[in-house]
Design a protein around this ligand. Structure first.
Ligand code: DGT
Ligand code: CA
Ligand code: CA
Ligand code: ZN
Length: 567
């Protein structure tokens, strides 16, 4: 984590604890504001000469930032944490519970952590609380159950930076030659059980020592010459395997998995009277045929190279050649982003400059529509003004095209949140579900179908509305939706934000099979959100997406032509 982000998280946590303690709103908001400023800050906070020049950062915040820069922490936070039951913060992980409700549960029902919340629900104590309806209680119970199933795995957005940081440090250790992550992380799965790292080195003892004493290690589970396992303070387990230099490819292939893929390739080897294991590919006399690189392994199995994201034991062995899967560098536009007009942190110009810096030819500004009250959605009048502002920024700024768009809510019944007349003024319309996400599948299907078939809608944003580990989202009949999307030329989004990854990998595959177009967007609210694109790309690759099926890979002219299509 960069120090800006870490510091922002500390300020946010102080605000949360203050709110749970019932502090005054002014004090809470001051901390939230500083957290936001820090999150958006492009420059490293440690290099800011005069901290008081940062907007919203007052004297006491300056002192806290200085304290953090000098000591790596802010004592106020540990003091605050010491004054409330420690389990209260875990409650914040339950979807639908904010600091205010957590405070009430604590003060009025004696709830101090997840177990006491559970028994309070089961024992009926919550029902006697004022302003706590049956529906709310049953929602909390649902979220709790979902949290339990989901919490054993880590979102790729959390696991990937951790793995990269560890690999960075280990790569610097004397003697290390090859080092790469394998397992589900390399396959780009949306959640990761544990992180698997493979390395070759001339000094195993030093590498093992470095690994087991990394910052953040809370427990060494295994410490051997070829395998070490640690647990980190975030709860994640990391396995390191030290393998022979000339069998790195075989080990990488084996430990990348998946288990199901390994079984398929092993069967392929057996058919060819060969043997395959983590040490190499061998003939029946145990002579090694291939082991050094994955490429040589697949080649000698008579297979095209299979990208890690496809190795799920499905149809990947039937591929006649390596498919030209989409890559980060193929993406030329971002078609779903937010500005300060709704709930984003950047102005139109800042957003466009950031997109330009990242080499995109176009960016669509798609702020929220009027019903998204909590996201400061735009009234029709504000949208009219916003369109004018976007057009003006587009004229003033060279080297990037700014499209005027909206992320318009799809109401529970499928109606859109603006009149057609207004939508017709936009360059691009992303329609997304934001509310009624527990609707039954039949209603969800007809709701999304209406949006797909609407002639002014270009993209369906995060189609199910799921949030990983927090809520499952809608469960519409996907084949029906994808067939309609193909017929109406409406693109289905992969929302790249690692909390969403919606569409998910399997849906992407089905959508492409049905002939629908895909759009990969970051849903950027702050500059760093653009970095989430990589998770969208991984999900896309897991869904076998090639650039031809993705509108974000189109040239500007082709994109414009596509946006102007009639249904
Ligand atoms: P995860 O950690 O649950 O997200 O999923 P993976 O795929 O990373 O699984 P993990 O960490 O248990 O093992 C890493 C890889 O090692 C796995 O993808 C394939 C390989 N592997 C592990 N156990 C077996 C096994 O019993 N049989 C075979 N064929 N491969 C295995
Ligand atoms: Ca793993
Ligand atoms: Ca593992
Ligand atoms: Zn959005």
């Amino acid at each position: 984590m960069s120090s800006n982000r870490e510091l922002a998280a500390i300020f946010q946590k102080i605000a949360t604890v203050l709110e749970i303690m019932g502090a005054n709103a002014f004090k809470i908001n001051a901390h939230v504001k500083v957290a936001r400023v820090l999150e958006d800050l492009v420059q490293d906070i440690a290099t800011v000469e005069d901290l008081s020049t940062l907007p919203g950062v007052g004297k006491s915040s300056v002192a806290k930032i200085k304290e953090y820069l000098a000591t790596g922490e802010i004592k106020e936070l540990s003091d605050l944490l010491g004054s409330i039951p420690s389990g209260l913060l875990d409650l914040m992980e339950v979807q639908g519970l904010g600091p205010k409700t957590v405070r009430r549960l604590w003060q009025e029902a004696g709830v101090v952590d997840i177990p006491t919340l559970k028994s309070a629900i089961e024992g009926g104590q919550l029902e006697s609380m004022p302003r706590m309806g049956k529906k709310t209680i049953s929602n909390i119970a649902d979220s709790l159950a979902f949290l339990e199933v989901a919490s054993e795995r880590t979102r790729i957005g959390d696991a990937m930076p951790i793995a990269e940081m560890i690999i960075d440090q280990l790569a610097k250790t004397k003697g290390v030659n090859n080092i790469e992550f394998a397992g589900s992380l390399r396959r780009g799965k949306e959640t990761i059980g544990d992180i698997d790292i493979l390395a070759t080195t001339t000094d195993s003892a030093l590498l093992a020592e470095t690994f087991c004493t990394l910052g953040g290690v809370t427990k060494v589970l295994v410490r051997g010459d070829t395998k070490c396992s640690i647990r980190l303070d975030c709860g994640m387990q990391v396995d390191l395997r030290i393998v022979a230099e000339d069998a790195f490819g075989a080990a990488l292939m084996y430990f990348t998995g998946s288990k199901e893929h390994n079984i398929l390739v092993r069967e392929q080897a057996i058919k060819q009277k060969k043997r395959l294991n983590e040490y190499g590919l061998f003939d029946l006399d145990k002579n090694c045929i291939a082991a050094k690189t994955e490429e040589s392994m697949y080649k000698d199995l008579g297979l095209p190279y299979i990208p890690a994201e496809l190795r799920e034991g499905k149809q990947e062995l039937t591929l006649p050649q390596t498919p030209p899967l989409i890559q980060h560098s193929d993406i030329q536009s971002d078609l779903h982003t937010h500005t300060i007009a709704s709930d984003g942190h950047l102005t139109i110009t800042e957003l466009a400059e950031e997109a330009k810096r990242r080499g995109l030819h176009s960016i669509a500004v798609t702020d929220h529509s009027q019903s998204s009250m909590q996201a400061n959605g735009l009234s029709p009048k504000r949208l009219e003004q916003h369109i004018a502002d976007i057009k003006k920024a587009n004229e003033e700024l060279d080297g990037i095209n700014i499209l005027a768009g909206s992320e318009v809510d799809i109401h529970a019944d499928g109606r859109l949140d603006y009149e057609d007349e207004l939508l017709a003024e936009l360059d691009i319309v992303v329609a997304s579900p934001h509310s009624s996400l527990k609707q039954d599948p039949i209603q969800a299907t007809s709701r999304l179908l209406k949006a797909i078939e609407h002639p002014l809608v270009h993209i369906i944003g995060h189609p199910t509305g799921r949030v990983l580990g927090k809520r499952p989202g809608l469960e519409p009949d996907m084949p029906t939706l994808f067939a309609a999307a193909a017929a109406c030329q409406t693109a289905m989004e992969i929302n790249a934000n690692s909390w969403r990854l919606d569409l998910r990998d399997t849906h992407v595959h089905a959508a492409i099979q049905a002939g629908a177009m895909i759009s990969i967007n970051t849903d950027t609210h702050a500059a760093s959100d653009f970095d989430q694109l990589r998770y969208g790309i991984l999900t896309a690759r897991r869904g076998w997406l090639i650039p031809e099926n993705c509108i974000n890979c189109f040239s500007f002219d082709r994109l414009l032509a596509w946006l102007g299509r009639s249904c």
